[in-house]
Ligand binder design. Structure first.
Ligand SMILES: [Zn+2]
Length: 309
């Protein structure tokens, strides 16, 4: 059994203004790190173009159509404070959706053991009717719904260790007991949500906020005491990781101090739960990570763990 890596060149054609942290070089750095011979056994696939029907699994169709209609012919248009569209953005975000769906298809069918989607822009801040925080469509949420609708998954667990809280994923599944959303993140920090008291309509939202300056010990304790027991008790049919690497100590957008080894450790913990309940099925989707070295080394450690390396 092998690990699938999904990429697509459209990820490099979503442009942002000079100085914007969510930039094409992020993906170049991740792809370069995964070219190392240690990753030779990865199955590599190109993402298909996602569809409006897939977007509509988690967003009203009119919202999907409005994002596509907002695409500029040239230059940049601002959708939200720090969320902009260039002429290549729609192609990039739809391939991001397509990557997430393809990863679910191949993992649920057993063709691969697990998968990592190295795509941008990220998705976890995208709410059902709001693009924000560099995000347009919520790829992880769409992946979860697709697994339920097309593959009969009953319970899907989404674990989000991006340093920012995934307000979008939380909002989409707030009153849905069939999807567990579990997050560690720095608080206070953008977007402002993610307090431990936010539990969802059915108690299937789990937030374990960390404080600026926290490092490996606090992260591992939050995982072991707050998140992993809940994911284990949920007995998921599929584990989805919103894999942001901006909690790395080098990252300029936040103030946690994680190391690459922490992401590998967390990956292994989630794989152990997936082994217990769902034949090891894990789909991981890149979210944030804005220091090129911290991002690429962390993503490499994460993928190496997925490969059981
Ligand atoms: Zn982030």
């Amino acid at each position: 059994m092998t690990t699938l890596l999904i990429t697509h060149p459209s990820s490099l054609r979503h442009e942002t203004p000079a100085g914007h942290p969510e930039r094409p070089d992020r993906l170049r750095a991740v792809e370069a790190a995964l070219e190392d011979e240690r990753f030779a056994s990865l199955i590599r696939e190109s993402a298909p173009l996602g569809t409006l029907d897939q977007v509509a699994l988690c967003h009203p169709r009119e919202f999907g159509e409005a994002i596509i209609a907002a695409s500029p012919q040239a230059g940049l248009v601002q959708i939200d404070g720090d969320t902009l569209m260039s002429p290549g953005t729609v192609d990039a975000v739809l391939h991001g959706v397509g990557a997430a769906v393809q990863a679910v298809d191949e993992v649920m069918s057993g063709f691969v053991a697990n998968a990592f989607c190295a795509m941008r822009p990220p998705g976890h801040h995208a709410e059902s009717v709001k693009a924000m925080g560099f995000c347009f469509f919520n790829n992880a949420a769409i992946a979860a719904r697709h697994a339920q609708r097309q593959h009969g998954a009953q319970r899907v667990a989404i674990i989000d260790w991006d340093v920012h809280h995934g307000n979008g994923t939380q909002e989409i599944f707030w009153d849905d007991a069939s999807v567990l959303y579990a997050s560690t993140h720095e608080m206070p920090l953008y977007p402002g949500t993610g307090a431990a008291s936010e539990r969802g309509q059915h108690g299937t939202i789990v937030n374990a906020p960390l404080r600026a300056g926290d490092g490996s010990d606090a992260f591992r304790e939050a995982m072991e005491t707050a998140l992993l027991p809940r994911i284990d008790a949920f007995a998921p049919d599929l584990v989805i990781i919103s894999a942001g690497f901006d909690a790395h100590w080098r990252d300029p957008l936040a103030n946690l101090n994680l190391k690459e080894s922490d992401f590998a450790w967390a990956t292994q913990k989630l794989m152990a739960i997936a082994d217990r309940y769902c034949a090891g099925r894990v789909v991981s989707i890149l979210e944030g990570g804005y220091d090129l070295e911290g991002l690429s080394r962390s993503a490499a450690a994460h993928v190496m763990a997925l490969m059981r390396g």
